[in-house]
Ligand binder design. Sequence first.
Ligand code: PMT
Length: 399
Amino acid sequence: MKVLVGVTGCIAAYKACEIVRALQKAGAEVEVVMTKAATSFVGPQTFAALTGHPVGLSLFDDTTDPIPHIRLAEGCDAFLIAPCTANVAAKLAMGIADDLLTSTALACTAPLMIAPAMNVHMYENAATQANLATLRARGVHVLDPAYGRLACGDVGAGKLPEPADIARAVLDLLHSADAGALAGRRVLITSGPTVEPIDPVRFVSNRSSGKMGSALAEAALAAGAQVTVVSGPVSVCYPDAASVIFVDTACQMLDAAQRCAPDADIIICAAAVADHRPANPAAHKLKKDDDDAALASIAMVGNPDILRSIAEGKRADQVVVGFAAETDEVLANAQAKLHRKGADMIVANEVGAELGFGTDDDKAAFIMRESVEELPLMAKRQLAERIIERTCNLLSEIS
Ligand code: PMT
């Protein structure tokens, strides 16, 4: 995969060196194109040394290549402009092509991502916001700048995000652009609640609807995977193309998941499994008056931990992802779960009246051993795509 990195005239231009390095570390070949203003902040020789390629600076200087913008545009799988000044964002929005970088952007049909970085007032200016909205509407991937103290001393939105986060966003983009990123792969998903009987008509359960598991199944199918869902009782419909095994209890879910796990490349445990079950479910319906004592005090026993047992038995070529549903201390609790359960990643989601169980939207964070990525509130289907993209990255790192 080849990434073209465009660098524009901004104090954060030096961070583009780290972005180039992070992309190379992930296996990308990188070429750099710079505006004239960018060369006032970082010398092109730095990027030439980092990439092993001459740096594109001008439409006319290279006598061996009469149309460098077309070569650069056609030769990349993604074009990242980071940092992207207000001026260059405005030119892109207007279709102005008055130097090598903007001409390349206009000629490029590969996915384009920009990371705007500038003073907060320039960023918030209606003209800049309108230009960014135009670019987004045309399918350009516009990264939100970070909030903090800016080079000019102002505090606000306008900082370039961390180079590692930008590089990761480019990699996610590359993977999502590849419609068949999971072609030939198998994905196993646990979904929905478990129900643990007290007697033949009563049970202990929770409010999981299966919406998250269904969204994950759709996203994995869209990426070309064969999908198996092991689900507790739900009213959502899973995609027809997924094969679904319905179960009731945590023990049944464990049994089905363990049977399917050896065939799976990716295992995602999104189910809300009851941690405990009634120790001695009654064979007959417990009756008011006659069975008051039994109903008033139901002895519980611990359920098996499905995620943990699958993570313990996983092969080196498998990726195991868990969820953490938390009401407080979301990140800290999820981090503890990542280690305790031995998963490769935990999707931490805040649960509450309007979030998590049964809702259409979710606010989540990806917790990995060395990084945390907090995501904004989004539809579960969109979150599912992000999870699948990230999981594809984890899979490609180990394959
Ligand atoms: O189905 P929806 O209405 O769309 O709601 C989605 C969801 C909120 C249920 C989902 O996003 C989610 O967070 N699922 C995990 C809920 C949960 O019970 O989390 P937990 O913190 O108790 O468990 C942590 C992880 O261990 C989870 O991956 C869970 O599947 C797994 N686990 C837990 C207990 C157990 N005995 N076995 C397990 O495998």
